[in-house]
Design a binder for this molecule. Sequence first.
Ligand code: AMP
Length: 401
Amino acid sequence: MKILVINTGSSSIKFSLFDMNKNLSLAEGTIERIGEAAAKIRFKAPQYNIQLEKEGNIPTHKEGMVHMVELLTSGEHPVISGTQDIDGIGHRVVHGGEKFHEPALLDADILEAVRDHVPLAPLHNPANLTGIEEAGRVFADIPMVGVFDTSFHQSIPDYAYHYALPHSFYEKYKVRRYGFHGTSHAYICRKAAEFLGIPAESANFISIHLGNGCSMAAVRNGKSVDTTMGMTPLEGLIMGTRSGDLDPALHFYLAKEANLSMNDLDRIFNKESGLKGIAGSNDMRDIMAKSDQGDPKARLALQMYAYRIKKYIGAYLAVVGKLNAVLFTAGIGENSDKMRLMVMENLDHIGMELDSAKNSAPGSGIRDISTSPSPVRILVVPTNEELQIAMETQKVLKTMG
Ligand code: AMP
């Protein structure tokens, strides 16, 4: 069975083709800067000796989808002979609101429901919808499945997902915590349970996703029971350009004192804050290098970033109870031994003992970086959101018979 995974952004399409029988990625590519003078196209399919980077004229997502098919079907050794070789398509959808606890086959009713959720994710859901609509034209008879970033967190209990605001805001405007990065948290929890040889349904984890966006999930008996992102992906940890948790009264204060509009604050909190706001860059490698050179703002940014994570580890230990493991994933979580060390320092007294030699040893796959006697394991688990979407898509297609 071949599954194509599509992740459509406002000016980009990312795609991966999987052979599910062999559990193998056949090809992956990105088309960025759609609608600009020169779109940037990257495509690789190592088994077919294909690796290319080029610029092209891709005015809309529609041309982007057509170009994606061309990349997969042309050349001396095409990856597939035509769209008929694809059995199903999995689309990443950022916001599924309260409706979607599971991935869903994308029919007209489901699409309408996704459209209803646009106000909850105005930056992401419209692009996801465009991707679904355009793919629907190009791959007319191929079943398509929506996999929602929010659905893993639908198990969070009401006392954890409600904000202490007038209850009518929840009823009228759906104001509540939803959480994101669900596909990544679900994937690494499953992989960690496999690695530890425990049933996924009884595993207790604190899952830490540290990329450009950052979030943590408290996972009890394999289910998310709390998460750091909220109604939007702005809440929680310090991120590349997002502030994470703030005093809500800052909005009124800054609006008045700095004469800023709601739009200004939206832009500043989402795009000009976080690591970038404190230390001038949203790239963790730059900040690490600057800190090593003695830059005080870079050092402060690293300490703030690690401290926020540590604080949530304490909170989530209280929430989950007896833990099997703490999991690190994504660009920073997988690659930065220094940040993992800063986060896990002095947590021995709560049963989390990092082995500094194992932590700094080079490695690529899933690995245990805790000391042998540590009561709680500490794992690095590479994430693979595309593969998780492909697997969820396959599951839905199998139920169709
Ligand atoms: P992602 O969104 O998962 O691609 O993660 C992006 C973040 O990972 C950026 O802040 C990068 O600087 C960071 N990153 C990637 N590789 C490393 C590394 N070797 N050390 C530190 N940070 C890294």
